[in-house]
Write a protein that binds this ligand. Structure first.
Ligand code: HEM
Length: 479
């Protein structure tokens, strides 16, 4: 009786799958106008209830463990790709401990080492890649950003030895793992389809490679760098059990996969948006010249804090193009939505879409305008609520892997909130800020037709990204 209103549809199982799937943000906005912040639609035969707005974000993302559950939904996709006993193939309490282990390798001290590594990967990429040999040209940018993301992330997080294998067999294996992440696998994850067989083979091969590396490192402790693998190898669960090798291997896969799509999609959007606004790309260059000096010395971690516009580029791009547009949870007992009369039954899937509040004019003036300057002082488009400006000032909570923002009532949550909140935010920021700063030093971009247009979004895979081909015109900057 007190169930949320349902989006009208003609066909029972298909329901709203097609209209939602083509453009989830538009779907949410349209139906929110008619039905309010809480409504139900049919997605692949399942009743799905979305809770929008800051209150909805908080309700879903800070749901109690006895009420909502992520692993029931995600495990069919993630377990075959990552492997057993990690992330969503274990009880939530174990995931919280695993997130704590992973975070140990993501400290300021580690980031200090990562910035030069990332810088070097970016500059050497543009030196050796055939498509960038000339003085200027046109390039479909997303595949290039995907390569730069994997080279920079693997080198920083997984070390030089693993990074080198990405020039050879590892790239193809990770590609096969990726294919496991297609939305149709929510239904066909188990099926002996060719891409699932390749996925399973790739999982076994990559896991073995990491496990062999772990064995070698245990046998030769003098080899050891203080990297992610080192920290995982030296972690123990609260019950005293040392993290087994297969779990370390599977966490290494999970970390790389979690970072890859989100960062590569975000950096692709940044490059396309800069091509649509060459004036902002120029502002970024001037910011570096002013803050670091006209000779632009090699970039250091400390320099990033001196480049507020460079940081705002990432913040603003994630406001409009967060790669994760829909976050899902299973419902463990009937859920009353605070402030409403609605009760959501356990046979529904619960959904959060923080991108909706992030593009709501109530919180962000001219919400559809990509305006990085809005995050800097004195902008007419500054976020209207103090709390939208900075979720750092929000209430904090510890779910077992360190203090995180509750995100309660924040309209801006590209990294989620609560117990499943991203642990990769700082790494992603360091990685993206370094990549952007290095590219701005090397190139001027513009749209091929010189316009301010921005390409549409491809929602066909689980992570949204630019439609391809997404061509830009590049020109080397003469120093
Ligand atoms: C979780 C976004 C980069 C590792 C999440 C969640 C979001 C998110 C929204 C919450 C998912 C949920 O509640 O169901 C992003 C974005 C990124 C990014 C926008 C880059 C721009 C990274 C990187 C790493 C990473 C680089 C690893 C180094 C994780 C992990 C979780 C997570 C381990 C926890 C999953 C859980 O507890 O259920 N991320 N992420 N992410 N992310 Fe990220």
């Amino acid at each position: 009786p007190n169930e949320p209103p349902v989006v009208f549809h003609w066909f029972p199982v298909i329901g709203s799958t097609v209209t939602y799937g083509m453009d989830p943000p538009r779907f949410f906005k349209e139906h929110r106008e008619k039905l309010g912040d809480v409504f139900t639609f049919v997605l692949l035969g399942r009743k799905t209830t979305v809770c929008l707005g800051p209150a909805g974000n908080d309700f879903v993302l800070n749901g109690k463990i006895r009420d909502v559950n992520a692993e029931d939904i995600y495990t069919v996709l993630t377990t075959p790709v990552f492997g057993r006993d990690v992330v969503y193939d274990c009880p939530n309490a174990k995931l919280m401990e695993q997130k704590k282990f992973m975070k140990v390798a993501l400290t300021t001290e580690a980031f200090r080492q990562y910035v030069p590594i990332i810088s070097e990967e970016v500059t050497s990429y543009f030196k050796r890649t055939a498509d960038f040999k000339a003085q200027s040209g046109v390039v479909n940018i997303p595949p290039k950003m995907a390569e730069i993301t994997i080279f920079t992330a693997s080198h920083a997080l997984q070390g030089k030895a693993i990074r080198e294998q990405f020039d050879e067999s590892l790239a193809a294996l990770y590609h096969d793992l990726d294919m496991g992440f297609s939305p149709i696998n929510f239904t066909f994850h188990w099926a002996p389809l060719p891409w699932n067989n390749r996925r399973d083979h790739a999982q076994r091969t990559v896991a073995k490679l990491y496990m062999d590396t772990i064995k070698r490192r245990r046998a030769n402790p003098e080899l050891d760098a203080q990297d992610m693998m080192f920290h995982l190898m030296n972690s123990s669960y609260k019950n005293g059990v040392r993290v087994p090798d297969h779990e370390i291997a599977h966490m290494m896969i999970a970390l790389l996969m979690a970072g890859q799509h989100s960062s590569s999609s975000t950096s692709s959007w940044i490059m396309l948006l800069l091509a649509s606004r060459p004036d902002i790309m120029e502002d970024l260059y001037q910011e570096q010249v002013n803050a670091l000096g006209p000779d632009l010395p090699p970039l250091q971690y400390e320099d990033l804090a001196k480049l507020p516009l460079n940081a705002a580029i990432i913040k603003e791009t994630l406001r409009l193009h967060a790669p994760i547009h829909s976050i899902m949870r299973a419902i463990k007992q009937p859920l009353h939505v605070p402030g409403t009369k609605f009760v959501i039954p356990t046979n529904h899937v619960l959904m959060s879409a923080p991108g909706v509040s992030a593009s709501d004019p109530v919180f962000f003036p001219n919400p559809d305008l990509w305006d990085p300057h809005r995050w800097l002082p004195d902008s007419p488009n500054a976020p209207t609520l103090a709390r939208a400006q900075d979720d750092e000032e929000e209430e904090k909570i510890d779910y077992g892997y360190g203090l995180v923002s509750k995100g309660a009532a924040s309209p801006y949550l590209p990294f989620g909130a609560g117990r499943h909140r991203c642990i990769g935010e700082q790494f992603a920021n360091v990685q993206l800020q370094t990549i952007v700063a290095e590219i701005v030093r090397l190139f001027k971009f513009r749209n091929v037709d010189g316009s301010n247009k921005v390409i549409g979004t491809d929602y066909a895979s689980l992570f949204s990204r630019p439609l391809e081909p997404a061509n830009i015109h590049w020109e080397r900057r003469e120093k």
